[in-house]
Ligand binder design. Structure first.
Ligand code: GCW
Length: 740
């Protein structure tokens, strides 16, 4: 349309004044060239990291091109067909040439298939085959009758698909493929996204548009997004998805909706993704006409058995149920004086004949307890060993709720007889929504690498959840999705990195945050080393920067009430004390922080002695967690030499300044980034800067009312007084849902 418009303009100009027209013509052509250039390079982010544009390094391109000309797939199962389509598209895009299918093995063949094929079997070692299990893969260079080929082998079609994605990633990130010897298998079985998507398409704590699932047009209309979603997940090894919000609506379990769910499951199946549903515990009453949902009632048990049988007639590989029970008003077994184990086991029995599993959430807390921190441990730890073996207990990374920094949840390591599943949050409910650039891999790794000391030193959280510590066979890691129907899926272009990082870590929790960032940058933005490094440095620093300007030194849960937008450390009007920020920071004229040692709530007593010891003394406690565990006086001496008040101000001011640093770094690499995403990130960084300054100003002014100490010299005074910040209201705050 642009081209048509401009050529039309030229004709008019030529007719009216031929002399001006020559000069004008050049200008207009230049303009058109710019338009074409821009539109070729415009990137709306829809392709995520699966961008298969021509490799821009000439030498590398010719090397790759010499090595790859044909593909040969040995089977044609749905997963293999998906692999074939992806590999072909990927290679043709990256190498900018036609790739041929070939039944013969020739120089430059990529031979992909399962070990059922004798050719493949003869090329890979039995030892490697044993290592890769059901989902792993082998990629290696080989010589067959003097022909140089590349083999992608696996035990299953899904393994082959994962291998193809990995191979494409090697090319996208400009790795050498001359001597390949990759053997890779996932360390965790269920690698899962939990969508908090409601049936009306609102997304609880969602900041990237409405739900991608269009329940109205399903099961007939299959949106292109469903397949692209499956491709993206498969490319990073995600193999399970809970489609609906854990604050569940029982309607999803009615036949009409199950058929819609089945349609999605059909799209996901070739990509190795199993569908789960969040089940509302009271569903037998709401859609089954029963008078009770008591898990020990035979009619209730029968209802769930029949429901499970019905689901499996539509979705033969249905994964199972995810359940939030007796938490934040959701119904559960405790409504009938039964335990969580009674509830979970009833559902487990219904699913067991079909090999389904129950994922029961441990996110419970109550106002009755003196410290919300302790509730999940108190309720669940005594139930260790009481769950059926197809139940996993899903535990949030920290004891409160997805804060910018939390110590690891004390249940990790405390329930050796129960498989514990990790729950992370990708949607940035407490980390600046989809507006702040925050790379979450360091947060995930901090938790995974933490030592629980459950079986002595080295009993890391990662080893609890990958099953190696207590020899569990069912294992899982989930993350609350940050996906919506916005064009780039996640709102902030950098939020895609969190989806990516989660998948990569669920596959292999030993990969470093830096390596994952580098891979993602190379696939998503650029392969030019200095630019990669600049972006990587921003990403790696971003989480600590956010902690500094939001909740430094172990502060937590001091955000706006209910919508969780912006700072509100003063808030004390919630209907429950444990929803009030003042409950968490406990600032007074003496000092600030939550005493969780033996002189306080003794939440620390829930950890192993070694962990307790590391935290229990305010003089030796890692300062990152100081106010998590201690009420510390304003003049407490910090390691920097500053007093606590001085350190708090230092952190808030440094945090905001560091966002300026991120802005400068981003501006610096403008030439390396396409115009559309460059501009998007630039604008978002400006919003982030403003919001960081708002956090700093509001928090410093509020805490100053207790410390009564001045700001250090050189720190600019906040733009407004405290009253101004306290009066701000946000009728537009995004991320519908939540009751606190
Ligand atoms: O983080 C809190 C959120 C709620 C959410 C709850 C949970 C789905 O504020 O919106 O509800 O956690 O994890 O169940």
């Amino acid at each position: 349309m642009n081209l048509y418009f401009y050529s039309f303009t030229i004709v008019i100009i030529n007719k009216t004044n031929p002399l001006i027209a020559i000069g004008m013509k050049q200008i207009i052509f230049l303009f058109i060239a710019c338009v074409i250039h821009y539109s070729l390079h415009a990137e709306d982010g829809y392709r995520l990291w699966l961008r298969y544009d021509k490799i821009d390094d000439k030498n590398l391109l010719s090397q790759y091109s010499n090595q790859i000309s044909f593909v040969h797939f040995t089977d044609s199962t749905p997963a293999i067909l998906a692999a074939k389509e992806e590999l072909l598209n990927g290679l043709e895009g990256l190498l900018d040439k036609k790739i041929f299918f070939n039944d013969q093995i020739q120089d430059g063949t990529v031979l992909a298939g399962t070990i059922q094929n004798s050719n493949i079997r003869s090329l890979v070692s039995a030892g490697d085959i044993n290592k890769i299990g059901k989902e792993g893969f082998i990629i290696q260079t080989a010589d067959v009758n003097k022909k140089k080929i590349i083999v992608i082998a696996a035990n299953t079609g899904i393994g082959v698909l994962y291998g193809c994605f990995h191979f494409l990633r090697l090319l996208q990130t400009h790795q050498s493929i001359q001597q390949l010897s990759v053997v890779s298998a996932p360390s965790i079985q269920l690698r899962m996204l939990d969508h908090w998507d409601n049936l009306n398409r609102t997304v609880e704590r969602g900041y990237a548009g409405i739900s991608v699932w269009n329940w109205q047009t399903l099961p007939v209309y299959i949106d292109k997004r469903y397949k692209d979603y499956a491709r993206a997940n498969a490319s990073i090894g995600i193999n399970a998805v809970a489609l609906n919000n854990v604050n569940a609506n029982a309607t999803i379990l009615t036949k009409a909706y199950l058929l819609k769910v089945a349609a999605l499951a059909n799209v996901f199946r070739p990509y190795g993704i199993k569908v789960f549903l969040s089940a509302r515990f009271s569903a037998p009453m709401e859609i089954g006409n029963l008078k009770t949902a008591d898990p020990l009632d035979p009619n209730v048990q029968q209802w769930w058995k029949q429901k499970a049988d019905e689901i499996y007639t539509y979705i033969p590989d249905f994964g199972g149920f995810l359940v939030k029970a007796n938490s934040e008003g959701q119904p559960g077994p405790q409504n009938y004086n039964r335990t969580h184990a009674d509830g979970a086991n009833m559902l487990a029995d219904a699913l067991a004949p079909h090999n389904g599993v129950v994922i029961w959430r441990a996110f419970v807390y109550s106002n009755a307890n003196d410290d919300r921190f302790k509730q999940a441990y108190d309720e669940f730890q005594p139930l260790d060993g009481k769950f059926k073996n197809n139940v996993l207990l899903q535990v949030k990374n920290g004891p409160i709720d997805f804060q910018p920094r939390e110590p690891f949840h004390p249940l990790f390591g405390a329930m050796p007889a129960t498989p514990l599943m990790m729950e992370f949050q990708l949607t940035q409910e407490y980390l600046g929504f989809a507006t702040h650039l925050v790379y979450l891999a360091p947060l995930f790794k901090e938790c995974l690498d933490a030592d629980t000391y459950a079986n002595g030193k080295g009993s890391t959280v990662a080893r609890v959840i990958d099953g190696s510590l207590n020899k569990h066979v069912v294992t899982g890691m989930a993350a609350v999705a940050n996906i919506g129907n916005t064009i780039n899926w996640t709102g902030h272009p950098f939020a895609q990195a969190n989806w990516y990082a989660f998948g990569r870590l669920a596959w292999n929790h030993e990969v470093s945050s830096a390596q994952i960032a580098e891979e993602w940058i190379r696939q998503t933005f650029t392969n030019t080393k200095p630019d990669v490094d600049t972006i990587k440095n921003m990403m790696l620093a971003s989480r600590e920067i956010l902690v500094d300007y939001m909740t430094p030194i172990g502060l937590h849960h001091i955000m706006g009430y209910s919508h969780h937008y912006g700072p509100a450390p003063w808030y004390n009007k919630a209907e429950r004390a444990d929803w009030n920020p003042v409950y968490f920071h406990k600032a007074d004229s003496e000092g600030i922080g939550f005493d969780r040692t033996a002189t306080g709530s003794n939440a620390l007593g829930q950890y192993m002695p070694e962990v307790r010891k590391a935290f229990e003394d305010s003089n030796t406690c890692d300062e990152k967690y100081l106010l998590w565990f201690h009420h510390v006086s304003w003049d407490h001496k910090m390691r920097s030499g500053r007093n606590l008040w001085g350190e708090l101000c230092y952190k808030y001011y440094t945090g905001v300044d560091s966002v300026r640093w991120m802005q400068q770094a981003w501006n610096h690499i403008q030439p390396a980034i396409d115009a559309e995403r460059f501009q998007q990130v630039k604008m978002l960084l400006e919003v982030q800067y403003n919001e960081a300054a708002w956090w700093r100003n509001a928090c410093v002014l509020y805490f100053q009312t207790f410390s009564k100490m001045p700001l250090s010299k050189g720190y600019p005074q906040p733009d407004h007084d405290l009253n101004y910040y306290e009066q701000l209201v946000f009728p537009y705050a995004p991320g519908i849902g939540g009751n606190q």
